[in-house]
Design a protein around this ligand. Sequence first.
Ligand code: ADP
Ligand code: MG
Length: 242
Amino acid sequence: MSAATAPPFINLKGVGITLGGNPVLRGINASIPRSRITALLGLNGAGKSTLLKILIGEISCRGKVIFRCGHDHTRPAPKHVGYVPQRLRVEANLPLTVRDLFGLALGRRPLFFGARRDEARHLRMLAEVRAPANLLDRWVETLSGGELQRVMLALALDPHPELLLLDEPASGIDFLDKLRYYDDIAAINARDGTTVVLVSHELELVRRHAHHVIALSGGTVAFEGPPSGLPESAELGRLFGR
Ligand SMILES: Nc1ncnc2c1ncn2[C@@H]1O[C@H](COP(=O)(O)OP(=O)(O)O)[C@@H](O)[C@H]1O
Ligand SMILES: [Mg+2]
């Protein structure tokens, strides 16, 4: 079965949620194809981050989120989901190195034995995202936007996820880093068949790399289809209700 004809990895049926008295999502119907890159578009406040949080089960919603996993459960197990949130919740002054962050995230306390094996794993994780090994000893708070995104991606990719959710991963990084980041995501998707959902404002990169687009506006789906079906820039305002 080709990717184009395979049943979707996720079906959203009438997904709705009210937050703080506001109907943020009002009956979303959409599907997320397996082993493809889906871009999630929409203005600030459209509910994109909320939708990702629904997908990881952090918040519950009305309607149905139907997963068709490659293994025998109805939702991917947590170890099969990689998630890079829009904002990293690290205390600004917490003295934490990248090595500490990896250790915490992988659920290991810095025990003496095992440290060597961890070191090898941490180096592999950085190599996987083409980040230099010396990042391990850097304080997290001193990383550039691009370096921090690499570190977060490295964490999301270990263990290898079936579903990779990236919330505006390229915001706050420079143009070349952005191009490289999208190229890397495309390469991971092509190599491993990872299903990717990426919140983005980078229309040119979405047109180049995404296979599928879902655009949210006013709590509903304003557009769903291949990026080639997206209107030209001049008409996008209308699509998004502006
Ligand atoms: N926990 C919350 N309580 C109340 N309102 C919320 C909460 N989380 C998000 N919202 C509101 O829901 C809307 C959608 O938020 P969000 O999903 O973060 O949008 P986006 O990621 O598209 O910018 C915004 O108006 C936001 O203020
Ligand atoms: Mg957001």
